[in-house]
Ligand binder design. Sequence first.
Ligand code: DP6
Length: 355
Amino acid sequence: MADYIPQTFKSNDTIIQGDVSASSPSNIALVKYWGKMENQIPANPSISYTLSQCRTHTTLHFRPKRTKDLRFKSSVIFEGKENETFNKKIHTFFSKIAEFCPYLYTLQFEIHTENTFPHSSGIASSASGMSALALCLVELEKEMGANYSEEEKLKRASFLARLGSGSASRSVYNGLILWGKHPKIDYSSNLIAQPLQSEIHPIFKKFNDTILIVHKGQKTVSSTQGHDLMHHHAYAQRRFEQAFENITKLQTILQSGDLKAFGELVESEALTLHAMMMTSIPYFILMQPNTLEVLHKVWDFRKKEAVDLYFTLDAGANVHLLYPEKDTTIVHEFIQNDLATYCEDGFYIHDQILF
Ligand code: DP6
């Protein structure tokens, strides 16, 4: 399939006041997106699992703007309080998508948004947040007369969400999601994410992700800054090639049901992501001492028990533990008895992947 380029939306101007709501989960990448070009084009394709419990709920109230100018008018109410920082982020997002959504200049918005996970938990909220907002905008377009099929609606939401935050493009869909052009996957696209269309072994369709909140605070280096540092990075080219290779390998693994190979690839991807951070100039480390404690505990546990428990990391100190449904009881016991102590305030979240 050719890259999907949504048309600029043309309103019939019949509905100009109302509200729309959407909810979207966070996601965790198995093959990581780290490095991008202009217009949010990823340097390599990525594959992620979409979560189910860690979500953002957003309601968008809209009505005609009183003044006719090219300024966006909105306010953001985050968890009940007006939030100017988020409002600025949303204006930046609006400026990137306005050429596709001209009604952003003629309407004014009140955006009510909240997360099911604590804001300070260090869980990336940009993926779920931008995805929920993009889904709201597409709903709003439907109210204004757009006649999208469900598939077109999700493609357009993914296209718009990507321009807010790359990983948000994947949160529009449940399951295993691919974003980024890969020469061997004809439907793949840099502009939108889509569910992986290759066959998936049933073992990977009932999967858990427990997020261990090792560190709740703000990250010292944002993802956007981290992506930027890949531009003049000594190892960037080889890393991008490796990610392309890992996409092909992961597809085969997901078909075969080979959990061990899955774990090896996913853990290597996580450590490579952090290796890229440590070898950037300026270099930085987002892992905390307790992140490493957890990784060693997981490796020790795997040596002792015949359990398919693997970790991955996002751009932070928290650890995502991935394991199939069959190992839920033993892994939950292990987390409670041996890992909770490395979590800030003993805090962790059990989540699942839904298909
Ligand atoms: C490490 O999507 O947060 O989580 O596009 O600048 O908003 P921006 O970056 P973002 O980067 C996510 C990086 C990652 C890996 C991944 O999700 O693939």
